[in-house]
Design a protein around this ligand. Structure first.
Ligand code: UTP
Length: 303
């Protein structure tokens, strides 16, 4: 069956970005000028996804309004002859996929958010895409997972090597064997293991292709780490009754779910953004030289 549907869970509390996320979904925070959720919707579209369900929390309005028309703004831009800005605004509405929304009443975890998509998915294979991770590669990561699915007809998670010290921030896989380069059979999926107990450094990143049987498990899934219903636990359960593979992503991953990653991503996107790249690069070089001089001065004083 063709993979046509995606779920974007966007109902987390986003506590790492407070106070910005007090009244705004974390997925609406922009990288330079584009909300992270728009990057995700664009990746879905580029991968052939037709229907997307966005799971929203209390900050519902901001996401729905972003992808809706904005008549007053559009009239204003038209009257002022700002054609390119007007196109940019239209592009967020004519985004080329159908968007649907559901609300998660309590932030009980990623597994709970995905569970709410059961009737929308209606027995089809589907992808889960997290706004925390922006991916760059020649072929979109979601498309890569779909291509693997077309061969295996099994669930496939995207993984990437992370520094060993960071494993406890992720779901981690225990790889059993390599089916072909970059595709693993998995013994176990472990949510946020301690550094000592982590079975590998291959961390689950924010793209999952799942078969609909995951919902039978999520319906009965007990809370795990952090007292939340963990998608990783349900996937580990699924792996006991049908194959679940891991696909190693070799492209560039930007982790925008934590503050430092967000700052890094903003800088790197700024370096290639057509409107600011000519200023960002010389600025960074000047700043780096200045910081180096300061460090040298400090070191000389310390001697
Ligand atoms: P995170 O744990 O990264 O998001 O969840 P969070 O809880 O919002 O962030 P912090 O840790 O408090 O800063 C991963 C993804 O799952 C969604 C989040 O919106 C994020 O995209 N999520 C998480 C839900 O939709 N519902 C939940 O109950 C939890």
């Amino acid at each position: 069956m063709k993979v046509r549907k995606a779920v974007i869970p966007a109902a987390g509390l986003g506590t790492r970005f407070l106070p910005a996320t007090k009244a705004l979904a974390k997925e609406m925070l922009p990288i330079v000028d584009k909300p992270t959720i728009q990057f995700i919707v664009e990746e879905a579209k580029a991968s052939g996804i037709e229907d997307i369900l966005i799971v929203e929390g209390k900050q519902k309005r901001s996401i729905e309004d972003h992808f809706d028309s904005a008549p007053e703004l559009e009239q204003n831009l038209e009257a002022k002859g700002k054609a390119s800005l007007l196109k940019m605004v239209h592009d967020t509405t004519d985004i080329g996929v159908n968007l649907f929304y559901v609300r998660q009443p309590y932030p009980n975890g990623l597994g709970d958010a995905v569970r709410l998509a059961k009737s929308f998915i209606a027995g089809e294979p589907f992808v889960v895409m997290l706004g925390d991770d922006l991916m760059q590669d020649k072929i979109p990561l979601t498309q890569q997972l779909i291509t693997e699915y077309e061969q295996t007809h099994a669930s496939i998670l995207a993984v990437k090597k992370v520094p060993h010290a960071d494993v406890s921030a992720y779901g981690v896989i225990d790889p059993e064997s390599e089916v072909h380069k970059g595709l693993y059979n998995v013994r176990k999926f472990v949510e946020k293991p301690s550094v000592d107990e982590a079975p590998s450094d291959l961390a689950i990143i924010g793209r999952y292709l799942l078969t609909p049987e995951i919902f039978d498990i999520l319906d009965h899934q007990k809370p795990g780490k952090g007292n939340e219903i963990q998608l990783t636990d349900a996937i580990d359960e699924l792996n006991k009754t049908q194959r679940v593979f891991a696909h190693e992503f070799t492209g560039k991953r930007y982790d925008v779910g934590n503050k430092f990653g967000f700052v890094q991503t903003t800088i790197e996107y700024g370096l290639t953004h057509p409107e600011v790249q000519d200023e960002v690069r010389p600025y960074l070089l000047k700043l780096a030289a200045q910081l180096k001089a300061e460090d040298e001065k400090k070191a000389a004083k310390g001697k």
